[in-house]
Design a protein around this ligand. Structure first.
Ligand code: FEO
Length: 386
């Protein structure tokens, strides 16, 4: 296990989680990394750690550069245990190390680990000197927890951005220019849609604060380090945080006997005939986190479910629950579905869509199996409204 030089005296010493496939409900089909960074200066500084079970991998990398007991400072930018989980074992190796965290971070670390470690509160704008280099702390609450902060090293022009700008990608490569960049951006978009999206107002503040910094490298806590395409990822974050959408719809549905699916096809035909971008995503075949990624730049969400036992299908309910937690609002939604007798699914879905902050368009209900005329009506009706 080797460290990777980011700049002279600055190393990636994290861990690669090749097998990660689920990050609390988010499907991570490419695995992930937990990025920790070691800075060799008068004060030896480690920025973040790794998930507890990867502690040995991290310390093996650190040991190739320096004895871990020599670490003077640990900057804990985020309490979530994928980044702080190795602190207890690390502090046994370097018990005198000072732990810098935001005020919420100090509170969170104490509540997680119940240890009287030498904590130092890092306030927004504070600068920590490591010797020749320094770290300026910017607090970024709610990107992704209340404790998050990022650190900027002006001498090296590196922004250690923690969860921001991350991507869940396990790889042997460490930099944006040594991995297919389309995949980096695809995973960055998925990460934004499934983790960062509810906090877009806070991201806008972070981008504003970062705009005054001379950033040459963005070193996030997951995935590849940006050194060649910093502008691309910042530009993408500006779009996503700005809630920019395009003429695009996502049609999400589940079906029992294909009636709701036929209705989904009619909606798709309407979007197609009006040259509106769209994507059909059956809940039986698509993960809800991939659906959220498609919704990131879409203007309209159509959600379909037949009525089952006076309710909607559980797959649809699960998606709507997930959506409610992440929804950016400022977009439109339409519910549709077939029914036999009760017919409650459409109104129940509409309630959830409204609760997710979406503006409702009039939806569609069909009794049992839609005939050609009904399918044509759905298409023509929607065409008039888009
Ligand atoms: Fe990668 Fe919010 O932790």
């Amino acid at each position: 296990m080797e460290p990777v030089k980011i700049k002279e005296g600055v190393y990636w010493v994290g861990a690669v989680d090749w097998g990660l496939r689920n990050f609390h409900g988010y499907s991570t089909s490419r695995g992930s990394t937990y990025n920790a960074y070691l800075i060799i200066d008068e004060k030896i500084t480690l920025i973040d750690t790794v998930k507890e079970r990867f502690f040995d991998e991290m310390t093996e990398r650190i040991s190739k550069i320096i004895d871990p007991s020599k670490i003077d400072i640990i900057v804990s930018q985020h309490v979530e245990m994928d980044h702080s989980g190795s602190l207890p074992r690390l502090m046994e190796l370097c018990p005198g190390a000072e732990i810098y965290a935001s005020p919420n971070g100090v509170r969170g670390l104490k509540a997680h680990y119940r240890k009287a470690w030498p904590f130092k509160e890092a306030k927004g704008g504070d600068t920590l000197s490591m010797g020749e280099r320094s770290l300026r702390f910017l607090l970024t609450p709610m990107v992704h927890w209340p404790d998050n902060m990022v650190s900027f090293c002006p001498e090296e022009k590196i922004l250690f951005s923690n969860d921001s700008f991350g991507q869940h990608i396990a790889s042997s490569e460490r930099f944006d220019d040594s991995y297919p960049f389309d995949t980096v951006m695809e995973e960055a978009a998925k990460y934004y849609a499934n983790i960062v999206l509810p906090y877009s107002p806070q991201v806008r503040k972070e981008l504003e604060a970062a705009s005054g910094l001379d950033v040459a490298v963005i070193a996030p806590s997951h995935g590849l380090v940006f050194r060649s395409k910093v502008k691309n990822i910042i530009g993408a974050y500006q779009e996503w945080a700005g809630n920019k959408t395009k003429k695009k719809a996502v049609i999400v549905y589940d079906t029992m006997w294909k009636s709701t699916e036929k209705m989904a096809v009619s909606l798709a035909s309407a979007f197609e005939s009006k040259a509106y971008g769209f994507k059909m995503m059956s809940l039986g075949e698509n993960h809800i986190s991939d659906i959220m990624t498609e919704f990131l730049d879409a203007e309209i969400l159509c959600v379909g479910s037949p009525t089952l036992n006076n309710n909607m299908l559980p797959t649809t309910a699960s998606f709507l629950t997930y959506l409610k937690g992440l929804s950016p609002g400022g977009r439109k939604a339409l519910a549709f579905g077939s029914y036999g007798w009760g017919g409650q699914s459409v109104s129940l879905m509409e309630k959830e869509l409204e609760a997710a902050g979406l503006s409702l368009m009039e939806g569609f209900k069909v009794n049992y199996v839609p005939d050609e005329a009904q399918l044509k009506n759905i298409k023509e009706d929607l065409e008039k409204r888009i």
